[in-house]
Design a protein around this ligand. Structure first.
Ligand code: SF4
Length: 258
């Protein structure tokens, strides 16, 4: 299946159902994915594809490109609700991530003071203090846990390191609930194993995890575009609503995107 990359540092603004008018920032290479996960559903494709350009944009390049785009948007009266770090991989892998976030907050305050700063991250770099400091300074740290089973994380997310759910949970606990948890729900036969994020066993453990970490918002979503692994199936909004029901009854703020 064909997947897509963002070929520039700044992209958009894109109309996002979850984030409004979102100006994207890509801290990763322009022509290949750069991530320490290799999720089977990743819209950027597999890590091994398009390895011809591994260069990360420098701090100066990001700062200049972002300021240029913010000035352009302001002059054109284009609304920007969120400046969102996502792009071709894991933004927190950038060595100047904290410095870039500091600069982004300054630029946001100058040109679009009401805009939020959001980072979509797989939560793998929380052992690095500068990453945690930066994520605590922004409005929306959107951090991923796709499964409460390490076996299934290894099948779905294919981390390039020894993923420890216990460690990720303890790192997320540092946020005292002031973060947004993002979880992908899907099903399919993967490596000969039937994976179903909606199975009672997995959803019960996921509900326990949400109650334990108590994030201020939860984003449940499913496959929306082409995926590098074929044969994956979407989970319906109704199924996600059913899974979310006990948490909504607890008072959790849950966004469901089908
Ligand atoms: S964490 Fe995000 S960028 Fe990395 S492989 Fe998964 S979906 Fe793609």
């Amino acid at each position: 299946m064909s997947t897509a990359l963002f070929n520039s540092i700044i992209f958009g603004p894109i109309k996002s159902r979850r984030l409004g008018n979102s100006l994207g920032v890509n801290l990763l290479p322009a022509y290949c994915k750069f991530c320490n996960f290799d999720c089977i559903y990743c819209e950027c494709g597999w890590n091994q594809e398009r390895r011809d350009d591994n260069r990360l944009p420098s701090f100066d390049e990001v700062a200049k490109a972002l300021e240029y785009k913010l000035i352009e948007a302001k002059e054109a009266n284009t609304p920007i609700d969120t400046i969102t770090f996502s792009g071709n991989g894991e933004p927190t892998l950038h060595p100047d991530f904290e410095k870039i976030i500091d600069k982004t907050i300054k630029l946001r305050d100058c040109y679009f003071p009401n805009a939020k700063v959001s980072v979509l991250s797989n939560a793998s770099m929380l052992a690095k203090e500068s990453v945690v400091r930066a994520l605590k300074c922004i409005d929306n740290p959107i951090l991923k846990i796709d499964s409460t089973s390490e076996e299934i994380v290894n099948i779905i997310n294919r981390p390039a390191f020894n993923y420890s759910l216990a460690e990720i949970k303890s790192r997320l606990a540092q946020f005292n609930g002031d973060f947004i948890l993002q979880t992908m729900f899907l099903r399919g036969e993967i490596e000969g194993k039937l994976i179903d994020s909606t199975s009672p066993e997995l959803t019960e453990k996921w509900i326990e995890l949400v109650r334990e970490l108590s994030p201020r918002r939860i984003m449940m979503y499913t496959i929306d575009r082409d995926t590098p692994l074929s044969g994956l199936q979407k989970v319906s909004v109704e199924e996600m609503e059913r899974i979310a029901a006990p948490l909504i009854a607890d008072g959790f703020d849950i966004q469901i995107k089908g």
